[in-house]
Design a protein around this ligand. Structure first.
Ligand code: ADP
Ligand code: ADP
Length: 231
């Protein structure tokens, strides 16, 4: 069973002149894999990610998250499902600046009403190379360190899937590679599923599979791509 599946979803934003952002997209993301979603700016990548993650609702079509049909859920059940099943890593980190690294990492489980797993939180903070920085606040950290906090925060809640929207978009090349390495390790070592939106072929090369969008439709898919195929 896929960790995330969308079936024939479509969405047109108000004020977009009737031009659909998504126009009949079906895709299933396999559990324990790293999948990249690529495509030009405006092709619908973020809209697909937001719909798949339960952050936004498509106009039609089904969204299944961990086997659960989230289209049928009303708030606050949708929020609960998202908090229980999904982790997020955004280009702009989206950390709470007033909280410490430790508090940020423990926050999702708190919000979900679960008891924090402190041993696991310590392990993921170590894994992203931030042991000893638990009492720092995001403002004291570099961009790469902040993104590693965001990744630790996502991992700490043991989500079924991590959605990453241009996770290296604000980082320099080598710092970006460190973050991609950690996402890859999360899949290989922890069995996490990752769905990553990127416009960067070098970033997509870390994924097991690449789905290409154009004008709100899937135009091609590659499994285990070679760099020639995605160039
Ligand atoms: P991508 O992530 O590939 O750049 P998006 O999903 O952000 O693409 O956008 C797809 C299309 O939907 C674009 O034409 C964009 O301008 C439009 N769009 C995205 N968000 C909104 C919004 N909130 N309101 C109106 N149009 C939007
Ligand atoms: P370069 O242009 O230096 O080859 P890349 O971004 O293609 O840069 O790759 C950077 C490093 O990441 C290389 O050492 C490459 O072997 C490694 N790499 C690329 N894709 C993957 C992947 N899917 N899994 C593991 N390592 C990868």
């Amino acid at each position: 069973q896929p960790v995330v599946e969308v079936v024939d979803i479509a969405k047109t934003y108000a004020g977009a002149g009737g031009v659909p952002a998504l126009d009949g997209v079906s895709v299933a993301f396999a559990r324990g894999t790293f999948c990249a979603v690529m495509g030009p700016s405006g092709s619908g990548k973020s809209t697909l990610l937001h719909c798949a993650a339960g952050l936004d609702r498509p106009d039609r079509g089904d969204v299944r998250l961990g086997g659960e049909d989230i289209g049928r859920l009303k708030e606050p059940a949708l929020t609960r499902a998202r908090r229980r099943r999904v982790g997020f890593v955004f280009q702009s980190y989206n950390l709470m600046d007033s909280l410490t690294v430790w508090q940020n990492v423990l926050l999702p489980r708190k919000l979900a009403g679960d008891r924090p797993d402190k041993a696991w939180a310590r392990e993921v903070i170590a894994r992203v190379g931030l042991s000893g920085r638990e009492h720092d606040r995001p403002g004291q950290l570099s961009g790469g360190q902040r993104q590693r906090v965001a990744l630790a925060r996502a991992l700490a809640a043991r989500p079924e899937v991590i959605f990453a929207d241009e996770p290296t978009g604000a980082l320099d090349l080598s710092t970006g590679r460190e973050v991609l390495t950690l996402l890859r390790e999360a899949v290989d070592d922890f069995g996490t599923s990752v769905v990553m939106v990127t416009h960067d072929p070098a970033s997509a090369a870390w994924a097991d599979r690449v789905v290409f969008l154009a004008d709100g439709r899937i135009v091609s898919e590659l499994g285990y791509p070679t760099s020639e195929q995605i160039a």
